[in-house]
Design a protein around this ligand. Structure first.
Ligand SMILES: Cc1ncc(COP(=O)(O)O)c(C=O)c1O
Length: 393
């Protein structure tokens, strides 16, 4: 057996591996499995973005770039943040990364020392706890309540802060719940963040996928915590560009310089061609965002209504992103089902429908359904879920 370092052996494999392999096996056996697990828009990358990538290849823009990304892209990111949120960031406060996921990891590495505590509201995106552990830090989960819309309150944040707390990770709109923090809720959280002096990493990767005409409030608008803020965003979800791997971190220039150094020795730079494509996305027409959101709204309404009409199921209305996160705990204890993993296993095995157990997001009462798929698939999947749950009664 080869020696595997402590750093990497402590990483948990995704909790959903067993279910994914079961699904793969069922599909190999020719079973018709409907999956609502996707974490990416089902829309194609817009043509003008693809064209920019093709031109950059033809023009030979295929070599290394500066470690923190090309100046034009960093400037375009600053302009985008100004347009969206009236932020005043300059290019030396931006580092372009290989996807938002890496921006989160590098942000954590930049400000957290081994042994520091990182506050993580649950439900949380699956990669945060593992990234915190890889940085040698300690995960401190703050559980949110269904009656508070699966968001934490300022009081809960304040109570969780100790003298070891270095960082809070916030994710709004949330993967997995679709919850979005309102301005008043953020005002209260910011007062606690400011007073305590901790850093806050705000993962706003779903900021443009917002429903009901709501105006999204970004933490970048709070000048009083400018030096404490690490803002993460990218083009993956907004521009339907998950495979292009471009994200960014906006932060104090010393944090950005530290990340640039690390990046220079690890990934070198994000792909040159993808940087040009992202530039075209940020500078180009954004009408397709409206088209995408219109389709997501229709699906969200449908999924939310269907779920809440099922006996014992309650689901908050997703206000952003493309996930619903119903509480299914009413079915625990029925026919020996103990938690979200077993319930999702049962739905997959017996009813050929795959959803993600809430335990993977730190909330066992729930499960995640992605509605980044067609209405037809959603109708089929929800029929199967309903039949599966009903037969447990
Ligand atoms: C909350 C959240 N942050 C970050 C990411 C990763 O984004 P990227 O594909 O740009 O690395 C995801 C992707 O699922 C996500 O859901």
């Amino acid at each position: 057996m080869p020696h595997i370092s402590k750093r990497l052996s402590q990483i948990s494999e995704s909790q959903t591996v067993a279910l994914n392999s079961l699904m793969a096996r069922m599909r190999r056996e020719g079973k018709d499995v409907v999956a609502l697990g996707a974490g990416e828009p089902d829309f194609d990358t817009p043509d003008h973005i693809k064209e920019a990538a093709i031109s950059s290849i033809k023009e030979g823009f295929t070599k290394y770039t500066p470690a923190d990304g090309i100046m034009e892209l960093r400037e375009a990111i600053c302009a985008w943040l100004t347009k969206q949120y009236e932020a005043d960031y300059s290019a030396n406060e931006i580092v372009v990364t290989c996807g938002a996921k890496h921006a989160v990891y590098e942000g954590i590495l930049a400000v957290v020392d081994p042994g520091d505590e990182v506050l993580l509201p649950a439900p949380y995106w699956v990669s945060y706890p593992e990234q915190i552990k890889m940085a040698g830090a300690v995960v401190k989960v703050i559980d949110s309540k269904q009656e508070n819309g699966l968001k934490i309150t300022a009081e809960e944040l304040e109570a969780a802060i100790t003298d070891k707390t270095r960082l809070l990770i916030l994710n709004s709109p949330s993967n997995p719940s679709g919850a979005v923090y309102e301005k008043e809720e953020l005002d209260a959280l910011v007062r606690v963040i400011k007073k305590s002096g901790i850093f806050v990493l705000s993962d706003e990767i779903y900021d443009t996928i917002i429903y009901d005409g709501r105006k999204y409030t970004s933490l970048i608008g709070y000048k009083e915590i400018r030096d404490q803020l690490l803002l993460v965003n990218g083009v993956s979800k907004s521009f339907a560009m998950t495979g292009w791997r471009i994200g960014y971190l906006a932060a104090h220039k010393d944090i950005v310089t530290a990340v640039k150094k690390y990046q220079g020795h690890s990934t070198s730079n994000p792909t040159s061609i993808s940087q040009k494509a992202s530039l075209a996305g940020l500078l180009g027409d954004t009408d397709f965002l409206k088209t995408m959101n219109k389709a997501f709204t229709e699906r969200r309404d449908y999924v939310h209504k269907r779920l809440n009409s099922m006996k014992g199921v309650s689901c908050i209305l997703p206000q952003g992103a493309f996930y619903a996160f119903p509480d299914l705990s009413f079915y625990f204890g029925k026919k020996g089902i103990k938690g979200s993993m077993e319930l999702c296993g049962y739905l997959l095995e017996k009813y050929n429908v795959a959803i993600v157990p809430g335990i993977a997001f730190g909330m066992d009462n729930n499960a995640r359904l992605s509605f980044a798929t067609s209405m037809q698939v959603l109708e089929n999947a929800l029929d199967r879920i309903e039949n599966g749950l009903t037969s447990l009664l």
